[in-house]
Design a protein around this ligand. Sequence first.
Ligand SMILES: Cc1ncc(COP(=O)(O)O)c(C=O)c1O
Length: 451
Amino acid sequence: MQTIDRDRLADLMAAEERRFTEANPRSHALHERAKASLLDGVPMNWMVKWASPFPVFVEWAEGARFADVDGHEYVDFCLGDTGAMAGHSPAPTVAAVQRQIARGITTMLPSEDAVWAGEELSRRFGLPQWQFTLTATDANRFALRLAREITGRPKVVVHDHCYHGSVDEAFAWLTPDGRVEARRGNLGPQVDPARTTKVVPFNDAEALERALAPGDVAIVLIEPALTNVGIVLPEPGYHEAVRRLTRETGTLLLIDETHTFCAGPGGMTRAHGLEPDMLVIGKAIGGGVPVGTYAMTEAVAARVRAAVTVEDSDVGGIGGTLAGNPLSLAAVRATLGEVLTDEAFGRMIPLAERWETGVNEVIAATDAPWHVTRLGCRAEYHFRPTPPRSGAEQWAAGDTELERYLHLHALNRGILLTPFHNMALMCPATTAADVDRHTEAFAEAAESLFG
Ligand SMILES: Cc1ncc(COP(=O)(O)O)c(C=O)c1O
């Protein structure tokens, strides 16, 4: 099996950086100008993570494509890290937003679209009671608060190497000797996360059993497959064990479908018949318009109603003035009703299969020690020859230099991958030709490394 020649990789990267800088003078100039008013020249700090020496500045984005200010057009497999899984500016969402924007943007009163959204989300995910936020982070935060309140228990359990948005309790990981500590990069934690959180490896039911045994855990917050450290799929029986153990110990189970929505119209919850007590989803459901949501069973809803008094409902730590606004809900109705439909998933998933097949063929042809994992309409290559079983295994296979080279190589050939991992997501507007364009560029990159 092949290994990476680091000197060769450094030379290849330097050549791609030169090529990028020469081809993008207007983005370069905008970035230099932005440094005077935006920290590091970007509107949000994670935008420094792109593999290019400076980010490309976007002129327009539509469907599976966008163009930068230097006139290059790209196939977008990042899709706003799932925020644009419906494709950029899908026509039904744009029309609904345009209609609503002239009829009231935020009112602090419900609209009929909110009712439609609750009904449709119930149909898809099976939980009956829904609440809306502006982000998936908020939805997770609120669900954790409610869980602690109604169970009277202090702790939450998360998976090692999880990501659920900027949720304090989830910024914890396991040390090699099995202690919980603030994960690398955790900025200014308000308390040591070991006080709030227990962390268990993905696919490790025995560790979960030990964590739940003392009876001090309010809720287990999980993605049904890890997606943010790279895709790690559940082993057969894992979810059954999670549900059995949580039920046996009176612990609530919260499934975060924000990324695993890629598995199908009702996420992995529907595809795998999962039975969470609470569920969170955000990003894609508004077609890019900010919105998140959390759901609960009737049993949890009854306990929430008993816990939250009307007098205190606005100061209990759950809310957001703009949450549930009519603009977001109009976007959800159009996006779920007309864009991310059952039929659209029927087209998106085979495209991810095509991506998986193409990349696997390149890996086999070049004898690269890599492999591909796919979850519905999302697929990703990992720098290890076999699928990871846990987040820690996947993390250990990380290779920042290699990842940055492959991403910049792709970008220079008109293809955008997510900066946080080697992920490609299909939207309803993605075509087979788009997928093949990536496969060709990937083959060229693999050849440059191993040929
Ligand atoms: C699984 C999961 N949950 C929640 C979030 C938070 O979403 P947002 O940043 O929109 O709040 C993310 C973001 O990547 C996520 O991947």
